[in-house]
Design a protein around this ligand. Structure first.
Ligand SMILES: *[C@@H]1O[C@H](CO)[C@@H](O)[C@H](O)[C@H]1NC(C)=O
Ligand SMILES: *[C@@H]1O[C@H](CO)[C@@H](O)[C@H](O)[C@H]1NC(C)=O
Ligand SMILES: *[C@@H]1O[C@H](CO)[C@@H](O)[C@H](O)[C@H]1NC(C)=O
Ligand SMILES: *[C@@H]1O[C@H](CO)[C@@H](O)[C@H](O)[C@H]1NC(C)=O
Ligand SMILES: *[C@@H]1O[C@H](CO)[C@@H](O)[C@H](O)[C@H]1NC(C)=O
Ligand SMILES: *[C@@H]1O[C@H](CO)[C@@H](O)[C@H](O)[C@H]1NC(C)=O
Length: 302
């Protein structure tokens, strides 16, 4: 309780709270979408729901795709290694703003119990949908966090990135939850073209609010590549909860769902636990934990 109050005092006012996005060098709209350096920006964070393809694709609807990173800024992907991002509600709470002075272990700049959950809220109140209120991670506890993904496209120009050539290469289960989150990079990723690659971060929350999706753009670059086998085009993932033989094997697209058009996943009915189907980055959609080694179609996992 005391920690929560201290956290609130340190924060001060004027910091907009929203949902969650991944913050790191190489991201689009790191400075916001007005052309000034907004240390409190949450433009990358806004969820995507019921939008046209043009609007949701790389977060066009609020202009994020028009604010690329500074020249030379790339999210570095060490082949066979890992990289970390900070998943937070606002840039203010990350190491990218205020010299990192508002950073805590959590994406809302506050302090929470180590086992933060709806049964240990540390002074907060449960949301009306029965979930943790802050940060807005759409979960009851860490094990219920739906999972997040990174995908890569071997195209330096964002205009050339398509749902087919943007292929999921890494999944982290039980995220978003804590702020610093690492993703494994397959050793099978080949080098990027001279202008680098594009990547996207994605999340589909499992209930606890509007059934939206998240898609956030990055310029990225594979370092230490040894493979020269190109990444094969991705196929739409398919619902396969409880039946892994029904999963889409091999390279997969990100999940594009609940938009006005451009969806690659359309679902009806219920998931095993009784809620409506929610196509998260987890085994319900055939996304196993960790790096996806079958991106060139020759992986050992699927
Ligand atoms: C989605 O948008 C369409 C067109 O604007 C609107 O008619 C519809 O009610 C919206 N659906 C939801 C679930 O918000
Ligand atoms: C973001 O703001 C910083 C600080 O003003 C500046 O150095 C950088 O060039 C800006 N980046 C972009 C992409 O505008
Ligand atoms: C990430 O890679 C570093 C070496 O670069 C290693 O020390 C660390 O254990 C790795 N982290 C994870 C979560 O695999
Ligand atoms: C929790 O709810 C109670 C009763 O509505 C309210 O008085 C209190 O301020 C709330 N606490 C927080 C941290 O929002
Ligand atoms: C997490 O929350 C879910 C849903 O409320 C619950 O079934 C599960 O037991 C919880 N797990 C832990 C470790 O608290
Ligand atoms: C990407 O990384 C490779 C390997 O370190 C490097 O040679 C190349 O110049 C980088 N590309 C860009 C656009 O920075």
């Amino acid at each position: 309780m005391r920690a929560a109050i201290l956290g609130a005092a340190v924060l001060g006012t004027g910091v907009a709270q929203a949902h969650m996005a991944a913050w790191a060098t190489g991201m689009y709209c790191r400075n916001g979408t007005t052309g000034t350096d907004n240390q409190n920006t949450a433009d990358a964070v806004a969820p995507l729901f019921n939008l046209t393809f043009t609007d949701w694709w790389f977060h066009h609807y609020n202009g994020c795709d028009e604010f690329p990173p500074s020249p030379g800024d790339f999210l570095e992907l060490p082949a066979g290694g890992n990289f970390s991002v900070e998943i937070a509600e606002n840039r203010a709470f990350t190491s990218l703003s205020y010299g990192g002075s508002k950073v805590t272990e959590w994406g809302d700049g506050k302090t929470h119990p180590e086992d933060y959950s709806i049964t240990n809220l540390g002074g907060y109140n449960i949301t009306s949908s029965g979930c943790i209120p802050s940060p807005n991670m759409h979960a009851q506890n860490e094990s219920m966090a739906a999972g997040t993904a990174f995908a890569i496209s071997y195209n330096s120009d964002l205009k050339d990135v398509t749902p087919e050539n943007l292929v999921v290469f890494s999944i982290r289960y039980h995220t978003p939850f804590r702020m610093v989150t690492s993703y494994d990079v397959p050793a099978a990723l080949p080098a990027c073209p001279p202008g680098g690659c594009h990547c996207a971060w994605g999340w589909v929350p499992d209930h606890c609010g509007t059934p939206n999706i998240y898609m956030e753009g990055f310029r990225c670059n594979v370092t230490g590549a040894t493979s020269t086998t190109p990444v094969a085009p991705g196929k739409p993932p398919v619902w396969c909860e409880g039946d892994s033989l029904a999963c889409q094997p091999g390279p997969k697209q990100m999940v594009y769902w609940n938009q006005l058009d451009g969806n690659n996943v359309i679902l009806d009915g219920w998931q095993l636990e009784g809620n409506g189907k929610s196509p998260g980055y987890n085994m319900k959609m055939g996304f196993y934990e960790g790096m996806h080694c079958s991106i060139s179609g020759v992986g050992v996992y699927d």
